[in-house]
Design a protein. Structure first.
Length: 93
């Protein structure tokens, strides 16, 4: 299962707390059959087939293909000086 760093968890919580829905999460999806590119967007609810990851209060909704590709990965995140969020995916140590 995808794990989150402390930074990623904090940033995901900050993003989803801005949604009016109490159970909002960050939905990660992949329309690329090679699973080399992912999209992330705040979603009020998961799609029925999404895998839900709850990591320290940060909720992720993983589309089926993304869930399979990210199963043994770790998600990290940073905010730059302009406030832009960037995510990085790495291998579990």
């Amino acid at each position: 299962m995808l794990t989150l760093t402390e930074n990623a968890s904090t940033i995901v919580k900050t993003l989803t707390d801005q949604s009016p829905a109490d159970d909002a999460g960050l939905r990660i999806s992949s329309s690329n059959p090679e699973h080399t590119a992912f999209a992330a967007a705040v979603s009020e609810t998961p799609d029925p087939a999404d895998q839900i990851v709850d990591a320290g209060g940060a909720r992720l909704f993983l589309e089926e293909g993304a869930a399979a590709a990210l199963d043994d990965k770790v998600l990290d995140a940073q905010v730059d000086e302009q406030g832009a969020v960037s995510f990085a995916i790495g291998a579990l140590a």
